[in-house]
Ligand binder design. Structure first.
Ligand code: TYM
Length: 344
């Protein structure tokens, strides 16, 4: 069942409705990689990460299933034998390895994580879970020897921290973990020039995010088509009246070009060449709106036809297989740090 294929791994939290940013930054890249049939794909649902801040707890279980449903609606093949799909909390080794990694991580390095810094500036009562979140993320990756982690730019720092922790432990104990590829290698692997960071349509200086209350700047995968198109038509642009790709000077227009190129799966340079110098922002918005209409219709139509049973069945299969893999890795780590006997 398990192969020697290179492992690609990613996860999306279910702490709010999924956005176009999640879709373009994580869902679509993973599906495109699955279609190549060259890799082992580990898609997991980080339900433990979903509770680092307050959520609708009574809905979390179903929302977690719903996240997977979006992947399937977007084209993920549930029957691919090289794909393993599982929930984080159903594999206790994630939590157990996190504690051990905590003991090899520094307060100083976790404190420097941008996500933590942003949240802690305003509030001393943020959860320790937010602080500790990158160590859990490192466990998610290191338990499975994953090398490629398709994530958006906002996760870059966490990925780099994962490498640092793994290298530190390997230096001390020998080659225990496979080191995930560098950020540069990740981009090359995904054929990208830069990390993906879809901006808010209303405030293009900010990331499009499910947790910021910016409804008119955020396209949700569950939006109805007309609402979503309206958000595109009303997107903030600028007064240059000339299309160019430059996030510093024209963040709104650059964001639209970025969205377009990712949906159309074209090289960014091609999209820029096609639009650069044109002055009709309305035409660009219309083109983006049309693409989003096609996308939301396709995803929406498929979403409702996926049964809970098919999802649960796939999850149980993935969880059963990955518990074995994760426990093996955990045991090796436990042996190294003196928690289990070293077999002769
Ligand atoms: P999360 O749930 O915040 O986001 C899920 C994925 O969506 C990407 N993303 C974006 N990409 C581009 N533009 C945006 N505006 C945008 N918004 C979100 C994120 O970069 C991410 O890829 N820590 C992770 C979940 C996680 C994980 C892991 C991922 C836990 N363990 C191990 C990979 C490997 C998170 O909170 O993502």
């Amino acid at each position: 069942m398990m192969s020697n294929k290179t492992i690609v791994l990613t996860g999306i939290r279910s702490n709010g409705p999924l956005t176009l940013g999640n879709y373009l930054g994580a869902i679509l890249p993973l599906i495109r990689l699955q279609k190549k049939r060259q890799y082992q794909v580990n898609l997991f649902l980080p339900d433990l990460h979903s509770i680092i801040s307050s959520v609708e707890y009574n809905e979390l279980y179903n929302n977690t299933l719903s996240t997977l449903r979006y992947f399937v609606a977007a084209g993920l093949d549930l029957n691919d034998q090289s794909t393993f799909i599982y929930r984080q909390s159903y594999i206790p080794a994630h939590s157990e390895l996190t504690w051990i990694l905590d003991c090899f991580s520094y307060y100083g390095e976790l404190k420097r994580m941008t996500q933590f810094k942003e949240k802690s500036t305003h509030d001393d009562n943020i959860s320790v879970g937010i602080f500790n979140y990158p160590a859990l993320m490192a466990s998610d990756i290191l338990l499975y020897d994953a090398e490629f982690i398709p994530v958006g730019e906002d996760q870059r720092q966490h990925l780099e921290l994962t490498r640092d922790i793994a290298l530190r432990i390997n230096n001390q104990f020998g080659d225990l973990f496979t080191i995930p590829k560098t950020w540069k290698e990740q981009l090359q692997f995904e054929n990208l020039q830069n990390g993906i960071r879809i901006r808010s349509l209303k405030h293009p200086e900010n990331k499009m995010s499910k947790s910021i209350s910016d409804p008119s700047g955020t396209i949700l995968l569950m939006d109805d088509v007309n609402t979503a198109k309206k958000k595109v038509y009303e997107a903030t642009t600028d007064s240059y009246n000339k299309i160019d790709f430059n996030f510093d000077t024209q963040p709104g227009i650059s964001n639209l070009l970025q969205i377009l190129t990712l949906i159309q799966d074209r090289p960014l340079n091609e999209t820029i060449l096609e639009w650069r110098g044109k002055s009709n922002y309305g035409e660009l918005k219309q083109c983006v709106a049309n693409q989003i209409e096609i996308l939301l219709n396709e995803v929406g139509n498929k979403f409702n036809s996926i049964t809970d049973d098919s999802l649960t069945e796939t999850l149980l299969r993935g969880e059963s297989a990955m518990n074995v893999v994760a426990n093996q890795k955990l045991y090796k780590v436990q042996q190294k740090v003196g928690l289990r006997p070293i077999s002769s």
